[in-house]
Design a protein around this ligand. Structure first.
Ligand code: HEC
Length: 201
């Protein structure tokens, strides 16, 4: 009799421990899945912002040259980002050296940018192609806040406005709108900045 009670007690203990472990794993799995969903959504947001900016910039440059491109960027960049920031998502761009001070990086962003930059420098040195997109994210399980960044590299079309040798008229147009511009002197393949995306539930 004594023995069978003991057995029941042990099996109860075992089964409750078992179900507890199952619950934890299920929760962890669920939160891992939802984080992966967020990563996918964040990538789409970064691409949407990049695509919208690029087409606006190209149109302006085609019709009015690089100076018009600068003006267009100044007028359109913030409203485009705002229009794409919906349903808890906030999308934007940042960099270690910014043109628009409103795009300045916070501490977490600076750390990620430094890491992206190191990664690109190292890949260049070792003649390796890094896996793209170059991205990073952070999820706070308590608040549910999710942050994501995707590196933006300096391409050929960016040289005219972010390179080392700007045409005087372009430089003039930039300084007119951005007297404290820091975003020149980049070389092809350098880290220019990043898309920065936050989801707040
Ligand atoms: C016609 C000039 C022009 C060209 C070409 C251009 N940009 Fe910019 N860029 C600007 C201006 C102007 C801003 C500031 C926009 C604002 O007010 O937010 C800017 C801002 C940025 C920012 C946001 C961070 C910051 O410095 O404020 C990033 C990132 C960026 N550009 C990347 C690029 C990349 C990558 C390319 C090439 C694919 C590119 N730009 C081409 C003019 C240009």
């Amino acid at each position: 009799m004594k023995n069978s009670v003991m057995l029941v007690a042990i099996s109860l203990l075992a089964s409750s421990a078992h179900s507890l472990a199952d619950t934890v794993t299920a929760n962890e799995q669920q939160s891992e899945n939802s984080v992966q969903e967020k990563v996918k959504e964040a990538r789409l947001h970064a691409k949407a912002l990049g695509g919208a900016l690029k087409s606006r910039l190209q149109q302006a440059i085609q019709s009015g040259g690089l100076e018009a491109g600068v003006n267009e960027c100044q007028i359109a960049a913030a409203p485009i980002a705002l229009a794409l920031s919906q349903n808890g998502w906030e999308v934007g761009r940042t960099a270690l050296k910014v043109r628009n001070p409103n795009n300045a990086a916070d501490r977490w962003e600076r750390e990620q940018l430094a890491w992206f930059s190191q990664l690109l420098t190292k890949a260049k040195q070792d003649n390796l192609t890094p896996k793209r997109p170059i991205e990073t994210y952070q999820y706070d399980s308590e608040s549910g806040e999710f942050r994501y960044m995707m590196a933006i590299e300096q391409g050929q079309v960016c040289m005219a406005c972010h390179g080392a040798n700007l045409a005087p008229s372009v430089k003039h147009a930039i300084l007119e709108h951005y007297p404290n511009d820091q975003a020149t002197g980049f070389e092809l393949g350098d880290l220019r900045g990043a898309f920065t995306i936050t989801y707040t539930p």
